[in-house]
Design a protein around this ligand. Sequence first.
Ligand SMILES: [Zn+2]
Length: 112
Amino acid sequence: MTPGPPLLVEAAPVYAAELRRHLDEFAPDLALIVESLRIVKRCICSQESCASFHSLTLPEGSTHSDIGSWLGDGFLDLGVITEQGNRQIAFVDLTGRPDLRKELDDGLRQLR
Ligand SMILES: [Zn+2]
């Protein structure tokens, strides 16, 4: 296993693959970095269908833009920041996908 917070692709490969395919269509630069997304902090809400997480620790006062779209039956909101001209995914907000939430829960438990 790679050191540092768990990689999304290691914890939840189905989730990662769906996200990558989805982004391929309209944000290929972001699709490329799905492989390197780390689960720095899970969302702490109690919704059973929420599979949201932070992939970067946002510097205080930093600004991000939101990219919203449907992902299957769920709604995806990506928080995107630009660092040295490159777009980075700061957080992945995904609600309405209990299947991916479960994959994430199970995967993280196994990695621990
Ligand atoms: Zn949540």
